[in-house]
Write a protein that binds this ligand. Structure first.
Ligand code: PMP
Length: 397
């Protein structure tokens, strides 16, 4: 008999396993453990009534049957125009996706070839690096400062000859650092992209989750440039189980990216698109998202207050003004692998800073702590468990 062993593609055979962030084997969640690792919204801050009414309206109407047919690859026209109106762009540039990760994969497949160079945030959203595994590209890391990716450093590197095809950044309430790209840096970034001919992939899932009073930049420079591909998702506002997002494409690419999409999954669920179109027209929706932002701000304060109370001058942390995460640095001569283990033994899980390093090593002593899903009481309790683990290790020296 001939050998019938399966021979996968080089892409499949070569895919690295998830390491660090997203590697479920590293997580030990005993009953009663407090999980500060996740990126889920709080279920009690989701607009469930708006959902239910929209579902009923769609499923009870005679639109249900036609919505079960194939629908356009770029998305339902009414959803594309509702999103286009919110984004301030023409609806031809909007493509509906099955969530942010899908949008990022389409962006990578549309912009990069094997061996190309991409600049990314450092620290970076680690799952974007896993999307890059689809292509096999070189990565250059540029530090994220308190107002976003360091455009001065980027400019210096470009002058020295760095020639990226694309740049990836999370401009608002960055994952993991929580910082927001300033309007000045946004304009500088666009100027560099246009001068040196690269495309910015702006991944902005957290922009709608902001503290009361924080002015989220409108991203006029991004919107006005044909060197920006903006990826977004409803996962943080309407829930990741929905699997719906969108891309704002450079006009010159929109037709071809739709062809690409046609060759992958064809389309996003027509029914879900109709439901979300209805939700976007519901006047209760935006106030409920703003109200959720205020509740998340209360949780963020509880978390940072607990960290400062427990760790004093052994912690550096800024109070997040939006998004889901605090990015804290613990200062001390501690084995942070042991801290991570000891914290889990005490019943608290977090994401280690090292897992967000864009290239090589870094962020030792940093922790990404998620406050979105956990109550203020559990945030405080989680931090006190972490502090117990910390004291145990620092006492031992
Ligand atoms: N980008 C960033 C920065 C994210 O934090 C996430 C979700 N954690 C995504 C993209 C993926 O979004 P989705 O769940 O819609 O695929």
């Amino acid at each position: 008999m001939t050998d019938t062993a399966l021979t996968p593609s080089a892409l499949l055979a070569g895919l690295p396993a998830r390491q660090g962030f997203g590697d479920a084997t590293l997580i030990r969640l005993a009953p009663g453990a407090i999980d500060l690792g996740g990126g889920n919204p709080s279920t009690d801050l989701l607009p469930l009534d708006v959902y239910r009414d929209a579902f009923h309206e769609v499923t009870d109407s005679d639109r249900l049957a036609p919505l079960l047919k194939y629908s356009p690859a770029a998305g339902l026209p009414e959803l594309r125009s509702a999103i286009a109106a919110r984004e301030g762009v023409s609806s031809e540039r909007v493509l509906i996706t099955n969530g942010g990760a899908h949008g990022l994969a389409l962006a990578v497949l549309s912009l990069l070839d094997p061996g190309d160079l991409i600049v990314v945030d450092d620290p970076v959203y680690p799952l974007f690096l896993r999307v890059l595994d689809l292509i096999g590209v070189e990565v250059a890391a540029i530090r994220v400062g308190s107002d976003g990716i360091d455009t001065d450093e980027l400019e210096r590197r470009l002058r020295e000859g760095l020639r990226p095809k694309a740049l990836f950044t999370v401009p608002t309430f960055q994952n993991p650092s929580g910082v927001t790209l300033s309007v000045e840096k946004e304009a500088a970034l666009v100027a560099l992209a246009e001068k040196y001919g690269f495309t910015i992939i702006a991944d902005d899932p957290y922009r709608a989750i902001s503290s009361p009073g924080f002015v989220v930049p409108e991203r006029r420079s991004f919107r006005g440039s044909d060197h920006v591909l903006a990826v977004n998702t409803f996962s943080k506002t309407l829930g990741p189980g929905l699997r719906l997002g969108w891309i704002v494409l450079p006009a010159a690419l929109s037709e071809r990216v739709t062809w690409l999409r046609n060759r992958l999954d064809g389309q996003t669920s027509g029914i879900l698109q109709a439901v979300v179109t209805r939700m976007l027209a519901d006047e209760r929706l935006d106030p409920s998202i703003s109200a959720a932002g205020a509740e998340y701000a209360v949780k963020a304060r509880a978390l940072t207050a607990a960290l400062r109370a427990e760790f004093g001058n052994e912690v550096e942390v800024a109070e997040p003004r939006g998004g889901f995460f605090a990015w804290a640095r613990l200062i001390g001569d501690v084995d942070f692998t042991r801290l991570f283990e000891a914290a889990q033994d005490r019943g608290v899980f977090y994401q280690r800073g090292e897992w967000f390093a864009a290239a090589g090593e870094g962020y030792r002593g940093f922790l990404r702590l998620s406050f979105s899903e956990v109550s203020s009481e559990d945030l405080t309790e989680g931090v006190s468990r972490l502090a117990l683990a910390w004291r145990e290790l620092t006492a031992r020296g």
